[in-house]
Design a protein around this ligand. Sequence first.
Ligand code: HAM
Length: 433
Amino acid sequence: MPQIAAPKGTRDILPDEFAARRWLLDAHAAVAESFGYRGIETPIIESTELFSRGVGTDTDIVEKQMFTFEDRGGRSLTLRPEGTAGTLRAVLGAHLDQELRPVRLHYAGPFFRAERPQAGRQHQFTQVGIECIGEGSPALDAEIIEVAWRFFKALGIDGIHLQVNSLGSPEDRARYRTALVAYYTPLEASLCDDCRRRLHTNPLRLLDCKRDAGLVAAAPILWESLDRPSRDHFTTVLRDLESAGIDAIRNDRLVRGLDYYGHTVFEFWHDILQGAQSSLGGGGRYDGLAELLGFPSTPATGYALGVERILMVARAVGTVPSDPAATDVLVCSVEPGQAEAAAGVARLLRDAGMHSILDVAERRLDRKLRGASRAGARVAVIVGENEVGSDSAVVRDLDGRSQQTVPIAELASTVIRILARDSVAETAIGEDS
Ligand code: HAM
C-alpha cells in the first residue's frame, strides 16, 4: 500500500525545529508582555463571513486563498487565514474594551492560505502577532512597531528594513482611488489581466503588480491625497520611531494585501528572503474593521509576523541557540537485575534538574553508550552489580572519555560539575568563532 504523506503545503515540525520555534515563540511573548500585552487564543475555524466582511471580498486572500467548507449544519466555515478579525471579534464580543482601553494582546498559532507552496510560503504557517484595540493615537502605531523591533533584536536578527506608509482616512483613499483610476484608465489595454480586473474592483492593489512595475513607478503618490490630520498622524508616527532609535524607510507604494487598513501601514523586510516572500511580517492601523464586523466603531492597530520566515533568517545568520531541552545524562544498567536501581538514580538526577534518559534494555553496555552520545548526552551514569552493592555509580564523561566511581550522595554534584565544564567550553568556542 502507498505510504501516506503530509498534505500538500504542510510540514511536520520535527524535534530540532520544535526547539527553535519554542525559542522564538517564548521570545515574542516575553517582549510583548514587557510592553503590557497579554495572551489571547481564538478559534482556528471561524465563520466565513468574518473574513469576507473583514479582510475584503476583493482581496487575494478571500478571492483565492481560503480553505472554506460547510459544517454538518450547512454553515460556511473557514480555516483562519489571519488573526486580526478573529481577535477583534473576541475582544469586542467580550466587551474587554469597556474595562480598559487600549486592550493590548499578543497571540501565536497556525494560519491557513491556499497559495502555491514554495520556500517561505505554505498552506499552513505560523504567525506571532499583537493587536492594540480601543485607541487611535499614532503613539500606539509606533509602540507596536517598537515591540516587533525589540523582538527581532531579542532573536539577534539585524538588517531589518522597516517599510512604512500611510493610507490616510477613507476620504483620503477615495480621493487617491479617483487619481489612480484617472491615471490607469487610458493605459487599460496594456495592463496584465489581474490589473485590468483590479482597476475596477480594488485600484489600490494595482500598486502591488510586479509585471507592470514601470507603470507603478510613475503612478500618483498617496501622500499627495492625504489631508492635514492624516499627514499629522503619520508625521507623529515617524517622529516617535525616530526617538525610539528605529530606522523607518518611507515606501509610497506600500498598500498591503488586506482591505481593513487605514493610516499607518508597515512591513519588515530582510535581504536574506528574496522576491515575493521578502516580508517577515507586517501590519498597521485598522480603525474601520470593528464596524465591518457589526460592532461599534473602535480604533485599533497591530501586526503579525511569519514564524517560518523569521526562523529561515535566524538560521541563516546563526542565532538559533542549541536545544535547551536536549538530554544531559543517560543512566544505564549493566544487566536487567540493576534496572530498578538505575531508575532510582535517573530520578535522583531529574530531581537535581538534569534531563536524564534511562536505558535498562537487555543490550551490551558499549551499545548503550553509543546510544547515549547519539541522544546528545554528555555524561553516562552506569549502574552495575558492584555499584548496587556499594551504593555508588560509575560516572563517564562521554566527551573526555574518562570515568570515575562516586558514592550516590555525591553523584548529582559530580555530574553537574562535568556538564558545567562542558558548557563553559562551548561558550568559549562560541565566543572565539
Ligand atoms: P499578512 O501580511 O497577511 O498580515 O501576514 C503576515 C505575515 O505572515 C507575512 O508577512 C508572512 O511572514 C506570514 N505569511 C503570510 N502568508 C504566509 C504563507 N502562506 N506561508 C508562510 N508565511 C506566511 C496579516 O496577517 C495581518 N493580520 C497582520 C495584522 C495584524 N495587521 C494588523 N494586525
